[in-house]
Design a protein around this ligand. Structure first.
Ligand code: FAD
Length: 392
């Protein structure tokens, strides 16, 4: 009988967990290594757009995700300073009819739990917590990698190795021609506000987006509506100091009343310095391939970093499943298929950053343009992102 080929995956984030499930179902044995001794996720939210939702649905996870997620009815864009509405983009049923799948928001820990439970229930996946893949080498016979666990090193020789080890990936540095991580000069400050403490002017059934030259603020509900996830992205200060609250009061403390009330209601802020990895760099080396943020970390302005990791996993599983005996060719085909789309999304995220953080005058022109186009037309401009499906 033919031996079941093994794929080792470094990193059990959204990308690594999804890849483990899809590859196991494509007939591979999976060794999933996670550096941390437990699967933990920062207290923050994530938006699941249809392109990612469809992949998760294909794994049979949509019901479990929907049970923990919210489905906002609209995306309401307002001016940070004046509080005036700029435009409303329809989500809810209109969005689902247009793009074939719902728009959901969920707490990251809830998404990770759904994925981790599915991984635990899947025969053919061994999860190794507290185990870091420290390096690998490719050679004529394939690939060997070193796994560090409990102060000891051991060698493994999987049929393929996937580096899903995040934006700060150590494995990326071992790929000749890979891009380097770059600091964006912006930090995302995140907080969870209990639903009971929601101030007036912050409707819980919409994704709220507030724009201003000092930065932008996004909020949406998570945990079955029990909490509001709040993210504020501002440029890093030359002279920074104090807590997240201090920084945000300095930068956007003069914004409209509901924003001020939201800042006041946030119990604590976590900083997430935003860094990016240019997707033009190399992603593969023989039987090794990068996936997710490790290959192409992007700015969070179109809420697609996690979605791209999920899409990567689906395309990777298709190519490895089809070319079972030539793993290096399968990985090269995966990178070749993914790169153009990821580049386009990555660039869209960069240009959206400039659009969101325009100065007073250019911002007024932007607002007039958004009003002129209207919510539906604006949303349709992202249709190419949302309509994606793993089946070509
Ligand atoms: C403010 C903000 C908001 C965002 N909002 C959205 C959104 O709404 N929608 C969306 O789709 N995306 C969003 N993103 C992006 C998304 O969070 C990331 O793109 C996504 O989490 C990347 O997943 P990943 O699996 O590639 O990497 P990670 O989640 O970083 O996982 C990497 C894992 O690898 C482990 N690891 C590292 N090194 C090793 C090693 N050597 N061996 C073994 N394990 C290792 C780490 O411990 C970690 O668990 C947002 C990002 C930010 C900053």
């Amino acid at each position: 009988m033919e031996r079941t080929p093994t794929v080792a995956i470094a990193g059990a984030g959204i990308g690594g967990l999804t890849a483990a499930l899809l590859l196991a179902r494509a007939g591979f044995h999976i060794d999933l290594f996670e550096r941390h001794p437990a699967l933990t996720e920062a207290g923050a939210g994530i938006q699941i757009t249809p392109n990612a939702g469809r992949v998760l649905d294909g794994l049979g996870l949509d019901r479990a995700i929907a049970a923990k997620a919210s489905a906002p009815r609209a995306l309401l864009v307002r001016s940070g300073r004046s509080g005036r509405r700029i435009v409303t983009m329809p989500l809810g049923d209109t969005f689902e009819r247009g793009f074939g799948f719902p728009y959901r928001t969920i707490h990251r820990a809830d998404l990770q739990r759904v994925l981790a439970e599915a991984v635990a229930a899947e025969a053919g996946i061994d999860v190794h917590l507290g185990s870091a893949v420290a390096g690998f080498a490719t050679h004529e016979r394939g690939l060997t990698a070193i796994v560090e666990s409990g102060g000891r090193d051991r060698e493994i020789a999987p049929d393929a190795l996937i580096g899903a080890d995040g934006a700060r990936s150590d494995l990326r540095g071992l790929v000749p021609g890979a891009a380097e991580r770059r600091a964006s000069g912006r930090t995302a400050w995140r907080a969870l506000v209990p639903a009971a403490a929601l101030p007036a002017g912050i409707p819980p059934d919409v994704v709220g987006l507030w724009l201003g030259s000092a930065g932008h603020l996004v909020h949406y509900t998570v945990q079955n509506g029990e909490a509001l996830n709040v993210v504020v992205v501002v440029r890093d200060e030359a002279l920074s100091g104090g807590s997240g609250g201090d920084v945000l009061w300095r930068r956007i403390g003069n914004w409209a009343k509901p924003v001020q009330a939201l800042l006041g209601a946030a119990p604590a802020w976590q900083a997430w310095p935003i860094s990016t990895v240019d997707p033009s760099g190399a992603w593969t080396e023989g039987r090794f391939a990068l996936l997710g943020d490790a290959a192409h970390a992007m700015a969070p302005f179109v809420a697609q970093g996690g979605a791209m990791a999920i899409e990567d996993a689906a395309v990777l599983a298709r190519h490895l499943g089809a070319l079972r005996h030539d793993r290096a060719a399968a990985l090269a085909a995966y990178a070749a298929e993914r790169r153009p789309r990821v580049k386009r999304v990555w660039k869209t995220a960069e240009s959206t950053a400039d659009l969101y953080h325009m100065g007073l005058l250019t911002g007024a022109v932007r607002n007039a343009g958004m009003r002129f186009l209207g919510g539906r037309a604006l949303l349709n401009r992202y249709g190419w992102i949302y309509r994606w499906s793993a089946d070509r």
